[in-house]
Design a binder for this molecule. Structure first.
Ligand code: SF4
Ligand code: MG
Length: 343
C-alpha cells in the first residue's frame, strides 16, 4: 500500500451544508492504477482535492484519515502536515494533473523556466546544467521535442501542453500521481496517445495512479481496480477486468449499459433516467433508490453498507470486491422468488 484513505468526509458549508463526500475509504497499492468513476457531481474531484489537501473554503474535510507510506517505508499522516510539510510532500511524493492543467501553464514564461521553478523549489542543490538536462529528458519522455524547452505554452497544441503538464508532474519522481479528467478536453486520438504514454511511463518509473473520470469505458481499459462513486460514496469497488461483465451494483450496471461495448458490438446506448439526490437533504435509505429499477421496500429506509460480495472465491484476498446494495446483503435481500420491486 502506498496511500490509505479511511472514512473521508467533505462538506461544503452553506445555509444547508452539502455532504459531498460521505465516508470514502480506499487503499492504493504500489504500482497500480486505481480508477474512480461516476457521473459529474458525485464527489470524485472533491475527493481528489481532499486527498491532496487542496480543498478550499467553502469545502472542508469533516472526518477521516489519510496515510501515505513512502518507498522508504515511513508512514506519513497527511492530515498532520503543515503548509511547509505539504509543500515538500507535493511534487516529490504525490503530484496532480487536472483537466484544466494545460491552461494553468504560465503563458509568458518559457517551458524550460517553468520546469526550472519546480527544480529550484524542491531540489535547490541542482545545478543549472542539470536542470536543463533533466527538463530536456522529461520533454522527450512524453514525446515532445527537447528544443521546445525555449518555447512558450501558446506555441503548443492542447495535447502537447497536457503532455508538458504530465512531464512536470513526473519531474521529481513522485510515488503517486492523481489525474482528474486529464484528457477529457482533448480529442479521442490525442487522448489515446497520452494514455498510452502514461501507461508506458508508469511501467518504466513505477509510480501509482489514481485516475478519475466520468468515462467508465476508458477506466475499464486502463485501471487495475475500479471504485464507482455515487452521491459522495463508493458504491462498488472491484477488479476492473471483471467489473465490465459482472457488476454487482445496479448503478454500475446502468453506467455499463450507457456506453458502447469495448469489443465493438454496439449496445443500446441508454443513460440512467433521473438525477442524483440533493446532498443538502439526504434521504434515508439508498441514495440510488429513486433511479433504481430493482429497488424494494428496505431500500427506502435503510442505507446499504459496503459489503464483501458472497461471490468471493477461495484463494482471493478479502475486500477485493465490495458493493453497497441490499441485493448483495443476506440480511436484507428479498427471498428468491419474492417480488423485488415495490408494488
Ligand atoms: Fe437499488 Fe436497493 Fe440496491 Fe439501492 S440498495 S441499488 S435501491 S436494489
Ligand atoms: Mg470533476
Amino acid at each position: 500500500m502506498v496511500l490509505r484513505a479511511r472514512d473521508i468526509r467533505v462538506e461544503y458549508d452553506g445555509e444547508r451544508p452539502t455532504r459531498a463526500v460521505r465516508g470514502v475509504s480506499f487503499e492504493l497499492r504500489r504500482g497500480e492504477v486505481l480508477g474512480i468513476a461516476g457521473e459529474s457531481g458525485c464527489g470524485k474531484s472533491t475527493l481528489a482535492y481532499a486527498v491532496t489537501r487542496m480543498l478550499k473554503p467553502p469545502a472542508r474535510m469533516t472526518g477521516g484519515s489519510l496515510t501515505f507510506r513512502t518507498r522508504e517505508g515511513e508512514e506519513i499522516d497527511l492530515l498532520s502536515l503543515d503548509e511547509e510539510g505539504l509543500r515538500s510532500f507535493r511534487w516529490t511524493r504525490l503530484s496532480m494533473v487536472f483537466q484544466s492543467a494545460m491552461n494553468a501553464l504560465n503563458p509568458v514564461t518559457t517551458i524550460g523556466r517553468q520546469f526550472g521553478d519546480i527544480f529550484r523549489a524542491h531540489r535547490p542543490e541542482m545545478e543549472k546544467e542539470e536542470r536543463v538536462r533533466r527538463t530536456r529528458d522529461l520533454l522527450e519522455m512524453v514525446g515532445i521535442d527537447a528544443e521546445r524547452i525555449n518555447g512558450y505554452p501558446h506555441e503548443l497544441s492542447g495535447g502537447m501542453r497536457q503532455r508538458v503538464v504530465i512531464a512536470m508532474a513526473l519531474a521529481l519522481e513522485p510515488e503517486v500521481v492523481i489525474m482528474d479528467e486529464p484528457t477529457t478536453a482533448l480529442d479521442v486520438v490525442v487522448q489515446r496517445e497520452i494514455l498510452d504514454e502514461v501507461e508506458r511511463l508508469r511501467e518504466e518509473l513505477g509510480f501509482s495512479v489514481i485516475f478519475i473520470t466520468h468515462d467508465l469505458g476508458l477506466l475499464l481499459e486502463i485501471s487495475d481496480r475500479l471504485a464507482v462513486m455515487y452521491a459522495g460514496e463508493i458504491i462498488e469497488y472491484a477488479p476492473a477486468e471483471e467489473l465490465a461483465t459482472q457488476a454487482a451494483h445496479p448503478y454500475t450496471q446502468g453506467l455499463l449499459r450507457s456506453f458502447p461495448d469495448l469489443t465493438g458490438v454496439r449496445r443500446e446506448l441508454r443513460g440512467i433516467p433521473g438525477s442524483p439526490p440533493d446532498l443538502r437533504t439526504e434521504p434515508p435509505g439508498c441514495a440510488f433508490a429513486d433511479r433504481c429499477e430493482q429497488a424494494f421496500d428496505v431500500c427506502r429506509s435503510i442505507a446499504p453498507r459496503l459489503l464483501e460480495l458472497d461471490r468471493r472465491e477461495p484463494g482471493r484476498p478479502a475486500g477485493r470486491w465490495t458493493a453497497a446494495c441490499h441485493l448483495n446483503d443476506p440480511d436484507h435481500r428479498p427471498a428468491a422468488g419474492a417480488p423485488t420491486t415495490e408494488g
